[in-house]
Write a protein that binds this ligand. Structure first.
Ligand SMILES: *[C@@H]1O[C@H](CO)[C@@H](O)[C@H](O)[C@H]1NC(C)=O
Ligand SMILES: *[C@@H]1O[C@H](CO)[C@@H](O)[C@H](O)[C@H]1NC(C)=O
Ligand SMILES: *[C@@H]1O[C@H](CO)[C@@H](O)[C@H](O)[C@H]1NC(C)=O
Ligand SMILES: *[C@@H]1O[C@H](CO)[C@@H](O)[C@H](O)[C@H]1NC(C)=O
Ligand SMILES: *[C@@H]1O[C@H](CO)[C@@H](O)[C@H](O)[C@H]1NC(C)=O
Ligand SMILES: *[C@@H]1O[C@H](CO)[C@@H](O)[C@H](O)[C@H]1NC(C)=O
Ligand SMILES: *[C@@H]1O[C@H](CO)[C@@H](O)[C@H](O)[C@H]1NC(C)=O
Ligand SMILES: *[C@@H]1O[C@H](CO)[C@@H](O)[C@H](O)[C@H]1NC(C)=O
Length: 393
């Protein structure tokens, strides 16, 4: 016979179990992937991958495109039914905006494009790795002939031939939280995608060449006009790498309203697969105002989605290596990884190892106290089932 009235013990047990349930349930999205949505044939000039990530009450559209300079467009809507429509003949002519739409248009909360515009190489004769750079003619990434997209689940990869080597971009979208298996082991959530750039086997134009990657963004409501640098926790996931850069809108309300961010650890790797000893620091310049019109010239995706008058573009350069670090020629390889998402960027909490150590020190007494309470509660319920509590002696 169960007692009908709730005792403090019932409440304690209920709270305990609901806390455990709440801690275990994590936010996730339903992903679906489409290559060249609405097109029956592979379009000339480059592919378009659409990953639709549906949440409880919103949808993220990740569009990754190689028409011109590689670009990633992230559109956040506040409905679960939004979708992408492409007018292919207009999209391919690359001279009008509005040929790629996310509908319904009034559900769009934020839209941000990241364009990989140029790869710059300079001769670091004095090994300073400082501007002014002695630049070689830049590689315009919209002039590169890109391979077709290789899809694998919610991930896409494309490569182009540059200077007898290759530049490859890899994009992943995630259904839930996790941490990348490979260095720099970035933490991701269901609200972010990850992009990696690899410069493999390029014929350097000098013995002491170093590279810069020029990135440009175009944002609707919240343009990415500021980079915040945070200290990262130094744990077993990123020994010795202390700094994380977060390129977002300087407006305070941006993250609450689902504005976009681009986040990276200030590190690149000189070998594949990346290992700790091959880590090389990277730096970035301050975001500078760029021309949205010029960006639409190099990216078919920007041209197709953003209105003509859109001018909220910003750009920066990521530079690989510091004075005294090996030059590109030493390994002929560089990889760099960033996270592109909306809302609050995931911050490295303490790793499970550190958390366990802290928990043993601080949490254990609390757990013992709680267990004691639960034990006392269970013991004090003889009315529920008297017979099942036989003493074991
Ligand atoms: C995800 O898909 C499954 C099965 O297709 C469905 O049951 C579930 O409700 C979906 N979840 C969301 C958040 O749309
Ligand atoms: C979904 O959105 C509606 C209307 O904006 C809101 O009333 C509801 O609380 C939201 N649900 C969740 C789970 O966020
Ligand atoms: C866009 O280009 C197509 C052909 O590529 C042409 O027919 C059309 O007139 C052009 N539209 C504009 C607005 O320039
Ligand atoms: C390298 O150093 C030399 C001698 O100090 C100087 O004349 C030259 O301008 C420097 N070159 C660069 C690119 O900084
Ligand atoms: C991801 O977005 C959803 C919906 O906007 C939100 O409820 C959730 O808290 C976000 N998760 C993170 C880690 O920001
Ligand atoms: C470094 O680059 C130069 C090109 O200026 C090339 O001649 C040389 O062979 C390269 N060295 C190595 C070790 O690859
Ligand atoms: C953001 O918030 C801080 C403090 O909350 C305030 O000092 C700052 O002026 C705000 N910035 C903007 C752009 O509103
Ligand atoms: C990147 O660096 C090059 C060379 O210093 C410069 O011309 C270019 O404007 C920079 N790009 C941005 C977006 O700052």
């Amino acid at each position: 016979m169960m007692a009908a009235s709730r005792t403090p013990c019932d409440v304690l047990l209920f709270l305990l179990f609901s806390t455990i349930l709440w801690m275990c349930a994590e936010f996730s999205r339903n992903l679906s992937v489409e290559l060249n949505p609405g097109s029956s044939t592979p379009p000339p000039g480059g592919d378009l991958v659409h990953v639709r990530a549906v949440g409880d009450n919103d949808t993220l559209h990740f569009l990754f495109c190689s028409q011109g300079a590689p670009a990633l467009l992230l559109v956040h809507t506040d409905v679960t039914s939004s979708d992408v429509s492409v007018n292919w003949p207009l999209f391919l002519s690359r001279n009008t905006s509005g040929s790629l739409r996310v509908e319904p248009a009034n559900s769009i909360m934020s839209s941000t494009a990241l364009v990989f515009s140029r790869l710059l190489e300079y001769d670091d004769v004095n090994d300073t790795a400082e501007a002014p750079f002695d630049l070689f003619p830049p590689y315009q990434l919209h002039d590169v002939t890109w391979s077709r997209m290789e899809l694998s689940g919610a991930a896409a990869r494309l490569c182009g031939a540059v200077a007898q080597g290759s530049i490859c971009l890899h994009m992943w979208v995630f259904a839930g939280e996790g941490r990348d298996e490979s260095w720099p082991r970035l933490l991701h959530t269901a609200n972010s995608s990850q992009v990696a750039v690899r410069l493999d086997g390029l014929a350097a134009r000098s013995q002491r060449s170093r590279f810069l990657l020029e990135l440009q963004t175009l944002g609707g409501a919240y343009p990415l006009d500021a980079v915040r640098v945070r200290r990262s926790i130094d744990d077993e996931f990123t020994p010795s790498i202390f700094k994380v850069s977060e390129w977002t809108s300087g407006a305070n309300e941006s993250s609450e309203d689902g504005g976009a961010f681009i986040l990276w650890k200030q590190v690149a790797y000189r070998r594949s697969p990346p290992a700790l000893e091959d880590a090389s620091p990277c730096r970035h310049s301050d975001p500078r105002r760029r021309s949205g019109r010029a960006l639409a010239e190099v990216s078919g995706l920007v041209r197709a989605f953003f209105a003509d008058e859109e001018e909220r573009a910003f750009g920066l350069n990521v530079s690989f290596g510091l004075a005294g670090e090996p030059f590109y020629n030493a390994t002929k390889f560089l990889s760099w990884t960033a996270l592109v998402g909306v809302g609050l960027a995931p911050a490295d909490a303490f790793s499970p190892l550190v958390a366990a150590i802290v928990a043993v020190g601080l949490g254990a007494p609390l757990v013992i106290l709680l267990m004691g309470g639960v034990y006392a509660c269970l013991r004090k319920r003889p009315t529920a089932s008297t017979s099942s509590y036989e003493p074991i002696n």
